[in-house]
Design a protein around this ligand. Structure first.
Ligand SMILES: C[S@@+](CC[C@H](N)C(=O)[O-])C[C@H]1O[C@@H](n2cnc3c(N)ncnc32)[C@H](O)[C@@H]1O
Length: 202
């Protein structure tokens, strides 16, 4: 089974397994740290069933928008059912590695709970860099530290057992080499947060 099939199969029971009060209160505190502004255009990568969308919409307000992408059709179906009432949200099926949103179309790209699962991380980061406006923000986050994540994936399923966050040095190098600056990484129990920026235009 490939990763897309795994997530298609997991979509039906995803929320009952993984959305719990701890995660929701974590997101309540996490999203303000992205420092999003009213009116911004944000991309939610690997949105799954859309757990992050209400928090992002709150941060960008009615004049902003959230675009959500996931390569699992089943996850996207669930997400669309849950988010149908939300204005300024576009949900689409696609792989972030070759998603064809126009260049410089987003103020921020958020990868919550998805980065370890990306097959070609370098290709995905290059594409994200292309889609970000100058000075745009890249966020890579998880509700677990990188060490906790390894243990979690091993426990959850053989299909995701290999999925890991690169270590700090490797991650910094990868993000630098794909065109980002001002890289900050916090990796602690209960939270992984990496924030970086596309350089502003000279
Ligand atoms: C662990 S789930 C997290 C979902 C959601 N962000 C959450 O926290 O509940 C990872 C999601 O990323 C999606 N995904 C994995 N690789 C992807 C890729 N290359 N492009 C788009 N979506 C991807 C999967 O289909 C899955 O829905």
């Amino acid at each position: 089974m490939n990763a897309k099939d795994y997530f298609d199969n997991a979509a039906e029971t995803w929320d009952s397994k993984f959305q719990n009060p701890r995660l929701l209160s974590f997101l309540e505190k996490l999203v303000p740290q992205f420092d999003l502004k009213q009116g911004q255009q944000v991309l939610d990568v690997g949105t799954g069933t859309g757990v992050l969308i209400p928090y992002l919409i709150k941060a960008v307000g009615p004049s902003g928008s959230v675009t959500a992408i996931d390569f699992s059709e089943k996850m996207v179906q669930k997400c669309k059912t849950k988010c149908a009432h939300l204005k300024n949200v576009n949900i689409t099926v696609g792989n972030i590695e070759d998603a064809a949103f126009p260049a410089e179309s987003f103020d921020a790209v958020i990868c919550f709970g998805v980065f370890p699962h990306l097959e070609n991380k370098r290709k995905a980061l290059r594409n994200i860099n292309r889609m970000l406006k100058p000075d745009g923000e890249l966020v890579i986050a998880h509700a677990l530290s990188s060490e906790e994540l390894k243990a979690h994936h091993k426990k959850v399923s053989d299909h995701v057992a290999h999925a890991a966050m690169p270590d700090k040095a490797e991650m910094t190098q990868l993000i630098e080499q794909t065109g980002f600056v001002e890289i900050r990484i916090r990796d602690e129990p209960g939270c992984y947060l990496c924030i970086a920026h596309k350089p502003s235009k000279a």
